[in-house]
Design a protein. Structure first.
Length: 162
């Protein structure tokens, strides 16, 4: 038995175009995108335990706007990490978008090693992201900060100080 790597990080979103634009602006690349219905919806229900993902005609769709599950797979420029953005049209999430505090239990952010953290933060904030706090020098080893994007998605940026 052996674990090789993290295959991808999945993020469920409501505004897929806005979150996709956020990650593309950050510097990720599109690996693939599509829409799912039909038999794969039923398989997804069995895999993820979500009930009542509606389907209409039993087809896997790649262009129909009425698809029940839309996804975009992004990757880092070096190809080492993938992020899967998923939009479920039905059933809807009753709780909506949450903005929990940093000490809320569970997964809170995705960390990226970057170069020129100041330039990245400037670019991201000009496009609507929010710098949480400020860029900090951690013991002359790393510069660190947190940036909040659409739907409360938080990225930690870390630049090695050379």
């Amino acid at each position: 038995m052996k674990i090789h790597r993290i295959d991808h990080i999945g993020i469920t979103v409501n505004d897929l175009p806005a979150v996709k634009a956020f990650f593309l602006n950050f510097g990720l690349e599109i690996l693939g995108q599509g829409k799912i219905e039909g038999e794969w919806v039923k398989r997804m229900e069995r895999i993820i335990g979500l009930q009542d993902v509606k389907e209409e005609d039993g087809l896997l769709r790649t262009s129909d706007i009425d698809a029940n599950i839309e996804l975009v797979v992004l990757r880092t420029p070096d190809g080492s990490t993938n992020i899967e953005l998923v939009k479920f049209h039905t059933p809807s999430n009753e709780n909506g978008i949450q903005h929990p505090l940093a000490n809320t239990l569970g997964i809170r952010h995705i960390a990226f090693a970057v170069e020129d953290i100041e330039a990245i933060v400037t670019k991201m904030t000009k496009n609507g992201a929010e710098l949480i706090g400020e860029i900090q020098n951690y013991e002359n080893v790393q510069k660190l900060c947190f940036v909040r994007g659409p739907e409360g998605i938080i990225l930690e940026l870390a630049e090695e100080i050379k």
